[in-house]
Structures are given as structure tokens and as C-alpha cells.
Design a binder for this molecule. Structure first.
Ligand code: NAG
Ligand code: NAG
Length: 291
């Protein structure tokens, strides 16, 4: 029995050391189920925990009250592959924070308090495959270049935000996009929406329920209509776009009108002048005949 324990000693020591080390590297309030995962979900945290091991790959921070992420966070945790910040109090992301996330594959910022996604927020996050931004009730602005550089992104969630419109460029910049969620936004079907409508019809296979679940409100009376009841024809009035020829015609007719006006006034002035001279001449004649 005893020799056996002796032989096992190094193994036990190693095991103890590993466990001890893990315990030491794990933030006090969190769980670390495996060497690369730190789970701090639902711990009532009001800021990021200290002492997160630098080589963490999966960081679970959902259901807390975290209001901000330092802008160098992903520089520090450059091995992060999976970052879950769902249901926190993030109101904005400092520029550059996510642009260094070279390994990040999954990012959940759903159920926060974000108001806008500015240009180039995700920089060159070429590994990112799934991005969740839904259920941010004040998120009303997504820049046309918000998702620039996300060449691998397959799933994008923007459902139940406050979007009344979205520029098609934001979506057409995503070459790998397969699944897009946009339902539950207060879309307004005005002329700005026309391009998005066309894109959605052409890409309806990327929407989990097609355009079926989506509605927009009419700019005239605010009435909500399902997108499935609209057609390209609904936006017919928006298609009055000016071509170059139209422009040239407008400019040319403007110039012609001005030239005509100048000529007309010149003609009028000369006529008046002639008439005056003529009437003077006539008067002179009269005076002469009187003498
Ligand atoms: C969000 O987090 C809070 C705080 O932990 C929790 O009470 C609430 O149930 C969570 N909400 C959802 C939708 O999970
Ligand atoms: C979310 O943002 C709105 C306005 O932008 C603010 O009124 C509200 O207090 C914020 N909520 C939280 C939980 O930070």
C-alpha cells in the first residue's frame, strides 16, 4: 500500500499543483470549469472582475451590471475566442476596443443599452462568426461601415432594437452572412427604406422567417404593414432619380432662360431708347414747323 502511494506522489503533487493554480487564477466570484473558461455569469458584477487569467479563451459575463469594457481589454486578452456580455449595462463601446479582437469568434452584446454602432467598430475581426446585438432598446443608429472587415461573419442579430432604417451597405459588406435577424424593429417604410426592402426581398433566405415576421410603419399615418404586403411598386414614387442627362438639361435650360431674359431686356431697352429718340426727333420737327 505504502510504496504505491510513494509512486503516485509526483502525480498527486502535479494534480494538486494544477488544481491549486487553477483556483488561484480564477477570479474570486467566478467559476473556472476548465483551464480556458472563466464563468462569471449572474454574479451581480458592476465591473469586470480583476485577475482574469490572461490566457482565457471563453469568458462568460452574462447577466451582470457591467457598464463598460476598457478599450485595451482585447489587447490584454488576445486569446479570447468567446466573449459573452449579454444582459449587462453597456451603453457604448469605445472606439478601437473590438478592433484588435483577432481570434474572437463569438461575441454577444445582446440585451444591453447600446445606442449606436459607429463606423469600423469591429475593425478587422476577421475570425468573428457570430455577432449578437439584439434587444438593445435604444440602438437606433448602425453606421453604413459598422461591420466593415467582418469577412467571416455568418450570423448577425439586430432584432428588437430601435432601428427605423438601415443602410444596405452595412449588410452588403458581409460576404459570409448566412443568418440575419432584423425583426421587431420600428422600421419606417419611407424612401430610405426602399433599398433595404429590395435587399431583403433578394436575401430573404437569410432571414429566419423570411420577410414574414417583419413590419414597417407608413410615413403618412404610422399604420403598420407587414413587409410581405409590400412590393417594389409601393416605393415607385421614390424612383424619381436624376440622371446626368436630366442634370445637363436642367442646367442648359437654366442658361437658356437667363440668356433669353438678358436678350429680351436688351431688346426692350433698345426699343425704349429708339422710341425716345424718335419722339424727341418728332418734337424737333414740330418745333421747326411751328417756326
Ligand atoms: C439580466 O440580468 C439580471 C441581473 O443578473 C437578472 O436579474 C435578469 O433576470 C436577467 N435578464 C434576463 C432576460 O436574463
Ligand atoms: C439606458 O439608456 C437610457 C438612455 O440612453 C437611459 O435612460 C437608461 O437609464 C439606461 N439604462 C441603463 C440600465 O443603463
Amino acid at each position: 500500500m505504502l510504496p504505491c502511494v510513494y509512486r503516485l506522489q509526483p502525480v498527486l503533487a502535479l494534480l494538486f499543483f494544477t488544481l491549486f493554480n487553477l483556483g488561484e487564477n480564477c477570479p474570486a466570484t467566478c467559476l473556472c470549469p476548465d483551464p480556458h473558461t472563466v464563468d462569471c455569469s449572474g454574479r451581480g458584477l458592476t465591473r469586470l472582475p480583476d485577475e482574469i487569467p490572461l490566457d482565457v479563451r471563453r469568458l462568460l459575463l452574462a447577466d451582470n451590471w457591467i457598464p463598460r469594457i476598457p478599450s485595451d481589454f482585447l489587447v490584454l486578452y488576445s486569446d479570447l475566442v468567446y466573449l459573452d456580455l449579454r444582459n449587462n449595462s453597456l451603453s457604448h463601446i469605445e472606439p478601437g476596443t473590438l478592433s484588435t479582437s483577432s481570434r474572437l469568434v463569438f461575441l454577444d452584446l445582446g440585451c444591453n443599452n447600446l445606442t449606436e454602432i459607429p463606423k469600423g467598430t469591429f475593425g478587422e475581426s476577421r475570425s468573428l462568426i457570430k455577432l449578437r446585438l439584439g434587444n438593445n432598446p435604444y440602438l437606433s443608429m448602425v453606421n453604413e461601415d459598422a461591420f466593415m472587415g467582418l469577412t467571416s461573419l455568418r450570423e448577425l442579430e439586430l432584432e428588437r432594437n430601435a432601428l427605423s432604417g438601415l443602410q444596405v451597405g452595412a449588410l452588403s459588406q458581409l460576404p459570409s452572412l448566412r443568418v440575419l435577424r432584423l425583426e421587431g424593429n420600428p422600421w419606417v417604410c419611407n424612401c430610405n427604406f426602399a433599398n433595404l426592402f429590395t435587399w431583403l426581398v433578394e436575401n430573404s433566405h437569410k432571414l429566419p422567417n423570411g420577410i414574414e415576421g417583419m413590419e414597417c410603419s407608413l410615413p403618412t399615418d404610422g399604420r403598420r404593414v407587414p413587409l410581405s404586403q409590400l412590393s417594389q411598386d409601393s416605393f415607385r414614387e421614390c424612383q424619381i432619380t436624376l440622371t446626368l442627362t436630366d442634370f445637363l438639361i436642367i442646367i442648359f435650360s437654366g442658361i437658356s432662360v437667363s440668356v433669353a431674359a438678358i436678350m429680351a431686356s436688351f431688346f426692350l431697352a433698345s426699343t425704349v431708347h429708339c422710341f425716345q429718340r424718335w419722339s424727341k426727333g418728332a418734337k424737333g420737327d414740330e418745333e421747326e414747323s411751328e417756326e
